[in-house]
Ligand binder design. Structure first.
Ligand SMILES: C[S@@+](CC[C@H](N)C(=O)[O-])C[C@H]1O[C@@H](n2cnc3c(N)ncnc32)[C@H](O)[C@@H]1O
Length: 280
């Protein structure tokens, strides 16, 4: 038997130097390893050896650089616990800002809204919008990667949306019919350039899929596709909401202005340029 205080201290000492360590992570690691709540951990005084074994197996993975959300296959996004695995990008806090903007837009619309979430990964954007805007929005989600789509499908099932959301495998617009049109297209595409990719932290590079990150040589390939083809799939007054890298605003603006889109950019919670709205 080892005291809780000692175990917490030992774990913290080991993980605090990890580049993606976050405050109080040692508590989460124990709670999730033992499948207990915060309150149950609070009341505990000691750990028996079988519990220590469970904790140390997960700790070993954490020390190898694996992020905590990938170890426990779960990431909270907008209050919903999404299942994730190595085949999808773990949903990021910044992306919640995009969901918030789009949900305000949907709520303001007089009519029901037809929405396509491209590059959906775990499904976090499209499924969350369906969960919060309910029947006001009709949602289709798509991705090129069938392993990512399996995760999105599991999440749709988990949130009771399996029959209420359409899921499609498509390389960007390739599998859409020319008469399929939407009021809103959302997309958080891969937007890391080749040179930035090499500088990413190990937690990202080794545990988020490359296909979810790399946006071509300069990171902008997907915006070029969205600018060139997007308007063909928008209804009258249709708009696209896209996530961009914090340093990409002016380049993305030029790409869309060259195709005569109007362009607005909003900051994320950390005051970085992050969300773009484009329309014609
Ligand atoms: C940055 S992740 C975004 C995932 C999720 N939407 C989010 O915000 O967390 C980009 C996603 O784009 C998908 N993707 C990459 N290339 C694609 C393509 N050519 N067509 C459609 N999806 C693509 C990847 O599989 C990945 O799931």
């Amino acid at each position: 038997m080892t005291s809780k205080g000692q175990v917490l201290k030992d774990i913290k000492n080991k993980i605090k130097s990890l580049e993606d360590y976050s405050e109080n992570e040692e508590y989460v690691l124990i709670e999730k390893s033992l499948n207990i709540t915060k309150e149950q951990l609070f009341l505990k005084q000691n750990f028996i050896s079988s519990e220590l074994g469970k904790i140390s197996r997960k700790l070993k993975r954490r020390l190898s650089g694996e992020p905590i959300n990938k170890i426990f296959k779960e990431q909270n996004f907008f209050g919903f616990d999404f299942y994730i695995n190595k085949n999808v990008l773990a949903p990021r806090k910044e992306t919640e800002e995009l969901v918030e903007r789009v949900s305000m837009d949907i709520k303001k619309s007089k009519e029901g809204v037809k929405l396509l979430d491209m590059c959906t990964g775990s499904g976090c954007i499209g499924l969350t919008l369906k969960l919060i805007c309910k029947d006001k929005v009709n949602v289709e989600i798509s991705d090129i990667d069938k392993k990512a789509l399996s995760v999105a499908r599991l999440n749709a099932e988990k949130f009771g949306l399996k029959t209420r959301v359409k899921i499609k495998k498509s390389n960007m617009f390739e599998r859409l019919k020319s008469d399929e049109k939407f009021d809103i297209i959302t997309c958080n595409p891969p937007y890391i350039s080749k040179s930035e990719y090499n500088k990413l932290s190990n937690g990202v590079k080794n545990f988020d899929p490359k296909i979810a990150l790399l946006g071509g040589e300069d990171g902008l390939d997907f915006y070029r596709i969205l600018a060139k083809e997007g308007s063909n799939y928008l209804l009258k007054n249709g708009r696209m909401y896209l996530e961009i890298g914090y340093n990409q605003k002016s380049k993305v603006e030029k790409i869309f202005k060259d195709y005569n889109y109007k362009f607005e950019c909003y900051k994320d919670y950390s005051n970085n340029d992050r969300i773009v709205k484009v329309w014609k």
